[in-house]
Design a protein around this ligand. Structure first.
Ligand code: DGJ
Length: 566
């Protein structure tokens, strides 16, 4: 019997205090990723031109989908030829991979299951949902209230993971795997098939009922809002789902979330046993009230009620259930398109889980926001969706990822050093109305830092960046279009100024070693008032004297000083 010990060098998550970091090739790793369009990774020929373009855009990781239909075209016959060519090509381009297992569920549907599953609804029953007239409609979604699909998916996924171990354990090209994609029921709040109905009428499983009736103070706000009132007096021990005294749609969502969690746990645990890479699943974000934008059609994102968005997916309303019932998943990851980015980052560090953003906007609006994820939420990685259909010169992530790659050793060190960094962004100023992303103030030890858009005489530019306190009096400033005003928090201080402000350039990406390229002073600090990290094209506003220089490296070290009354 060959007893396999887990290779300590395979990609894994390491907890350091309150921070979890992804370890790849033995070192902390920041995923500067991009997710491919859905069908791109199905062809190694198609990927031949894509990999070099993404490497040139400073990505270090590509997220590509591996489908059940392509993996197991006939039951029991597995085909990894395209996948192997893609893994080798990624490796040869110096890129890592996160694979997305499109198995039973993808955007709430089952379109990626193999044909031998699709055409056999008796063996693989489907979900039925209510039409508006109350009649039942059979839809293209596998029901989770039967075990055949779950077992077949788990077998296929375990076979994939076993294969990855065989072909890639020595290389760690594949660093994580996403299990399924944006799970949930669309068009209704739950499955209404006969098998689902039988389950719904049955007593709620004791393990779940105990949770529902226990102290929920560490559950998310929406969960407590929906189920916080439940207690043993109101809920008999043999209560069915019909008996729960709560909002019916929310009970349906809980019903689906609990059973989807059990289904995915079976698939994920089978894969984890074969090759224990970090595993996660991703979530189509709903509009939880504060984000609701009725002007945005609910097509591939958004939705305010279960069924408008995939009911049962790991949205904040049921995130605790997903975290408690999928121990083989290392975290639950948000796809952030339409929602408030900062609020969603905070939501998905719930229970101390690491934040990974497998999908987000790929425009400058989205690119600015990753600094907040990395600098203020210890994000282990980001991946704009549809990255391969962007031309290199129109890809805003090239600049952002280039600077993040240079500064990665400093950022990773800061992430493992609590309260030593902050990330932020300033959007374009609206033509009318209040400024979005206003100035804000942070305190780092004996210094208060006011962070705002960088000074110009003309129209202020958008900006984004990060501040890292490297020593008590030394700050690494990263990014563009912002400035920092330092003030001593010492009550005896009567003056604060800038002792030194040096533009830096990384000379070794592996260590983050930097050299000084300019000594910044004078106009670059408005004569000592604040440290300016200018945008690439500061608007002079027609002012006759060009005092605002453009950005160069986007990296600088600043040391404030204070004069204190004795
Ligand atoms: C979210 C899904 O997870 C992606 O696979 C893709 O379908 C995008 N939506 C864009 O529609």
């Amino acid at each position: 019997m060959i007893t396999r010990t887990t290779n300590p060098d395979i990609p894994h998550l390491r907890r350091t205090g309150d921070t979890t970091q992804l370890i790849v090739d033995g070192q902390p790793f920041l995923i500067l990723g991009g997710e491919l369009q859905n069908s791109s990774f199905s062809s190694s020929h198609f990927m031949e031109d894509v990999y070099p373009k993404l490497a040139a855009a400073n990505l270090n990781t590509v997220l590509g989908s591996v489908s059940w239909e392509q993996t197991e075209p006939e039951e029991g016959r597995f085909d990894f030829a395209e996948l192997d060519r893609n893994i080798l090509a990624a490796r040869n381009n110096g890129l890592k991979l996160v694979l997305l297992w499109f198995g039973s569920f993808k955007n709430g549907k089952s379109t990626y299951v193999p044909s031998w599953v699709k055409i056999n609804p008796r063996r693989f029953p489907r979900v039925q949902t209510h039409r508006k007239d109350g009649t039942l409609e059979t839809i293209e979604v596998l029901s989770i209230f039967d075990t055949a699909a779950q077992k077949a998916d788990a077998k296929a996924f375990a076979t994939l993971m076993k294969h990855l171990r065989e072909v890639d354990e020595a290389h760690s090209t594949v660093i994580m795997v996403q299990v399924e994609n944006e799970i949930g029921i669309l068009g209704d709040s739950r499955d209404r098939s006969h098998a689902a109905e039988v389950r719904y009428k049955s007593p709620i499983p004791e393990e779940l009922l105990r949770i529902l009736l226990s102290d929920k103070s560490n559950f998310t706000g929406p969960f407590r809002r929906n189920f916080g009132q439940l207690d043993a007096d109101a809920v008999p021990a043999d209560a069915s789902w019909y008996d729960l005294p709560a909002d019916r749609q929310r009970i349906d969502e809980l019903f689906m979330a609990y059973h989807y969690s059990l289904y995915v746990e079976q698939v994920a645990s089978a894969g984890k046993r074969a090759y224990p890479l970090p595993l996660y699943t991703n979530v189509w974000q709903n509009y939880g009230g504060e984000d609701n934008d009725p002007s945005v059609p609910t097509v591939v994102g958004g939705g305010g009620t279960p069924g408008d968005y995939p009911s049962g997916g790991g949205v904040e309303e049921v995130l605790d259930i997903w975290q408690l019932f999928t121990p083989s998943l290392d975290f639950i990851a948000p796809d952030i398109y339409l929602n408030d980015y900062s609020k969603t980052c905070a939501k998905y560090t719930h229970r101390g889980q690491p934040l990974f953003i497998p999908e987000q906007r790929r425009d400058e609006y989205g690119a600015r926001r990753i600094w907040h994820a990395f600098g203020s939420h210890n994000c282990i990685g980001t991946a704009p969706f549809g990255i391969d259909s962007l031309d290199l010169d129109e890809n805003p992530f090239k600049a952002h990822y280039g600077l993040l790659a240079d500064a990665a050793p400093h950022i990773l060190h800061a992430q493992a050093t609590p309260s030593s960094s902050a990330g932020f962004f300033f959007d374009d100023l609206p033509p009318t109305g209040p400024a979005t992303s206003p100035p804000f103030t942070l305190t780092f030890g004996p210094w208060s830092l006011k962070i705002e858009r960088s000074f110009v005489f003309g129209h202020p530019s958008p900006g984004s960046g990060m501040i890292i306190q490297q020593t008590q009096n030394t700050f690494l400033l990263l990014g563009w279009g912002f400035q920092v005003t330092f003030t001593s928090t010492n009550p005896a201080a009567y003056f604060t100024g800038i002792l030194r402000f040096e533009e830096k350039q990384v000379v070794d990406r592996a260590t983050g070693a930097m050299r000084t390229v300019r000594l910044l002073n004078g106009d670059e600090t408005q004569s000592g008032r604040f440290a300016i990290m200018p945008s690439a094209k500061p608007d002079y506003g027609g002012f006759p004297i060009c005092v605002t220089v453009p950005a160069r490296t986007g990296m600088a070290v600043c040391e404030p000083y204070a004069l204190v009354r004795k």
